[in-house]
Design a protein around this ligand. Structure first.
Ligand code: NAD
Length: 321
């Protein structure tokens, strides 16, 4: 069995490798070669923690396993640990033997950023120049860094519910040498691409804040009840997702579907666009929206990729298990 500790991930995994792994597994999902197992998520009644498993099998990539982990809200204050904790376990699909254990914390941020980047690559207008950010927390910095590599953006505009957090994303824009501007939400009409990555339970971005032709990646809503954008925006947009079942149950589409504004059949897996079985964007005026709910197969894909890199570089720890 191989172990790749959390401390090694930053030096091993690249944004490019995460992008390729996620794009490939989205394609496999749409082709019917990969599927996610039902998600388990439980409030364990200890330390206010939410714990669960996300798993799946990719027959094309021969990746089988699960991510175990969740959210411990007291970690930072009580123990100086980050609140999100996760570990990926990979198994040999030929034998069922455990193959690898991989730190999943940084990988989660990288695979989530890779998902919105894949959506930008396949759905944003090629001439997109202004990137809008709604959210400025931990994930937002990864999202912005990855998105800037997808188009020749010449400006980043940002809004956050807690304005004092905006310097987090300004720093990323500064490092990339792209001018940054703080805007009110109606200023988002300048944006050609908007990434929303907040933990909100009520919408901030309304349909009228989004201009025709924009691509919106909604990345924060991964639980029942969370909501980042007005449901009417989904009715106005062509909606794509990582996985339709998750999108309509725990993703941003849950609200538009519940209100009868769109049907489950209006939501398309992005893998179909990657595979060329769906045309994707069909005009410069169309609003495209990606509902990124986060699937276990993304975690397995990036973990498998990092195990390969760790073996190549002699960093993986081998344990006789
Ligand atoms: P964080 O705590 O670091 O940041 C939270 C962000 O949400 C901040 O920008 C904050 O200002 C904003 N926010 C908080 N309350 C708000 C409100 N009422 N209205 C509007 N904005 C509000 O969290 P994070 O680690 O950056 O995670 C952000 C979200 O992304 C969470 O909901 C998390 O569960 C989700 N997430 C999704 C995936 C996925 O695959 N889709 C993966 C990881 C995390």
């Amino acid at each position: 069995m191989l172990i790749v500790p959390e401390r090694e991930i930053a030096n091993l995994m690249t944004r490019q490798a995460a992008f390729e792994a996620v794009e490939k597994v989205f394609a496999a999902m749409a082709a019917g070669d990969a599927y996610n197992f039902p998600v388990v998520r439980e409030a364990i009644g200890h330390e206010d923690a939410l714990y669960g498993f996300k798993g799946g099998f990719d027959r094309a990539g021969l990746t089988l396993g699960l991510k175990a982990g969740g959210y411990w809200p007291n970690n930072l204050e009580k123990r100086g640990l980050i609140n999100h904790q996760s570990t990926v376990f990979l198994f040999d699909p030929d034998t069922g033997k455990v193959k690898a254990m991989v730190g999943g914390n940084l990988l989660t941020a990288l695979r989530t950023a890779a998902a919105s980047s894949v959506s930008i690559k396949h759905l944003a207008r090629p001439d997109a120049r202004v990137l809008g950010m709604v959210g400025a927390g931990h994930q937002a910095t990864f999202q912005l860094r990855a998105a800037l590599e997808q188009r020749s953006f010449d400006k980043v505009i940002g809004w956050n519910y807690h304005p004092e957090m905006l310097p987090n994303i300004q720093k990323v824009a500064d490092e990339a040498g792209v001018p940054f501007e703080t805007v009110e939400l109606n200023g988002m009409r300048q944006a050609d691409v908007i990434i929303s990555i907040t933990s909100a339970f009520a919408p901030s971005l309304m349909a009228d804040h989004v201009a025709p032709g924009c691509h919106v990646a909604c990345m924060g809503t991964d639980t029942k009840g969370k909501q980042e954008v007005e449901a009417a925006l989904l009715a106005r947009a062509t909606v794509f997702t990582d996985e339709v079942a998750q999108s309509v149950q725990i993703g941003e589409a849950q609200h538009a579907v519940a209100q009868g504004l769109i049907a489950e059949s209006d939501v398309t897996q992005i893998g179909a666009v990657i595979n060329g079985t769906h045309p994707g964007r069909d005009s410069d005026d169309q609003i495209t929206l990606f509902d990124g709910t986060g699937v276990g197969l993304q975690d397995l894909a990036v973990a498998a990729s990092v195990v390969d890199l760790a073996v190549q570089q002699g960093i993986a720890i081998t344990v006789d298990f």
